[in-house]
Write a protein that binds this ligand. Structure first.
Ligand code: NAD
Length: 367
């Protein structure tokens, strides 16, 4: 266990700074209690960086990120920047995608739990969603989001054609599948891999490689393949049948937001972007960020749900700093805050971001 936490903080846009401030307030308290040295370096990412530097992520930010133990990221993007016409690969248009790629954090761990008091805020019946505990594992460094060829071409008749490639190598699928099997081993021993192998070649390769890794290296794990459309349907109808879900970049993006419906709000979901489940001194920093985006519709109102960001800090303590005990305590404090009904408006509560955060800190102190 490291006794100093050297973090690069990139609050980003919209509600990003609001939820990051909340999470850092709790982290500061925890570090004081545990006598951990907390060193924060702050920088801009996303639209905030574009407005100041004309780029969504500076080279200097990437270099600082490579030296950090971990990155704490809020959220990036917003209407002001989403429709800018910027040439170059996708990484030039999205600072977070650049960081994920540069740090090779190809494994996006997106856990989703349905806490009992929040069932009423989900669109599900109690018996369907109660005790749901899913880990969506989304591939983050390849696939549709990065693949080539891509573009928009004008055709001879004056109409246009837009296209993207869902590009995966067997090496990329192998390393990602191993993380999925490892996670399944640590959890309930079941891996559901989703793909579109009925209609795409990348899906055929995906299924073949995942099968091979399962048979050769993890025969004890129950591996189930589902076509993605059916997988999302099954996940909605019977979420408790799911443990670890393995999905490519695009399908994982969809699956993790669907999981948000089971948690009661997208604002509840944390995430970790990693290149290994067991980072050591030589591993590049992990990125810890909530699943949600910059929520322009509520930005600046002080009502964003901070729990997804706070639970992302718990994941950071668990994975990068090897303190699962602290991660568990944070989750307990969040659960107790929910039990007390201190929630933000996305969960039909009346609390502000600050009030919910103060209650989480107070609950943490009681543990
Ligand atoms: P979003 O996740 O920002 O918001 C979707 C809905 O969920 C909105 O109604 C929003 O108010 C609500 N919501 C999200 N987080 C919440 C929270 N913590 N508390 C309360 N309510 C919350 O998705 P969007 O509106 O499609 O995207 C907005 C911008 O964010 C876009 O520019 C998009 O590209 C970007 N985005 C960024 C990330 C990221 O930084 N990782 C992820 C997704 C979207």
């Amino acid at each position: 266990m490291k006794t100093s936490l050297n973090l690069l903080v990139l609050s980003g846009d919209g509600i990003g700074p609001e939820v990051v401030d909340a999470a850092l307030e709790l982290l500061q308290y925890i570090c004081e209690q545990e006598e951990l040295d907390l060193n924060l370096t702050e920088d801009l990412l996303g639209g905030a960086a574009y407005d100041k530097y004309g780029t969504f992520c500076r080279d200097q930010t990437v270099e600082t990120a490579k030296q950090a133990d971990a990155l704490v990221v809020g959220s990036v993007g917003g209407p002001k920047w989403d429709s800018l016409d910027i040439a170059g690969p996708p990484e030039t248009k999205d600072g977070l995608m650049r960081l994920r790629k540069e740090l090779n954090t190809f494994a996006g761990l997106r856990p989703c739990k349905c806490y009992t008091p929040l069932i009423q805020h989900t669109p599900y019946k109690d018996h369907i969603v109660k005790n749901t505990d899913i880990m969506v594992l989304r591939e983050l460094c390849s696939g549709m989001f990065f693949g080539y060829p891509r573009g928009i071409d004008e055709l001879a008749d004056g109409s246009f054609q837009g296209y993207d490639a869902n590009y995966y190598t067997s090496t990329e699928i192998e390393r990602f599948a191993r993380i999925g099997f490892e996670l399944a081993q640590q959890r309930r021993g079941k891996l559901i891999s989703m793909d579109k192998s009925n209609v795409t070649e990348s899906g055929v390769l995906w299924r073949r490689v995942v099968n091979q890794i399962g048979a050769d290296e993890y025969p004890q794990i129950e591996l189930i393949h589902q076509y993605a459309d059916n997988a999302l349907y099954q996940m909605t109808m019977n979420p408790k049948a799911f443990d670890v879900v393995l999905a490519d970049n695009l399908l994982g993006d969809l699956a993790s937001d669907l999981a948000g419906t089971m948690a009661g709000s997208l604002g509840m979901l944390p995430s970790a972007c990693l290149s290994t489940l067991n980072p050591d001194e030589d591993t590049l920093a992990g990125i810890y960020e909530p699943v949600h985006g910059s929520a322009p519709d509520i930005a600046g109102q002080g009502i964003a749900n901070p729990m997804g960001m706070i639970l992302s800090i718990a994941m950071m303590l668990q994975y990068t700093f090897k303190r699962p005990d602290l991660a568990e305590e944070i989750e307990s404090a969040v659960v107790r805050t929910i039990d007390a009904g201190v929630t933000t408006p996305d969960l039909n509560g009346r609390s502000t971001t600050k009030q919910a955060t103060q209650r989480i800190i107070a609950e943490y102190k009681q543990l």
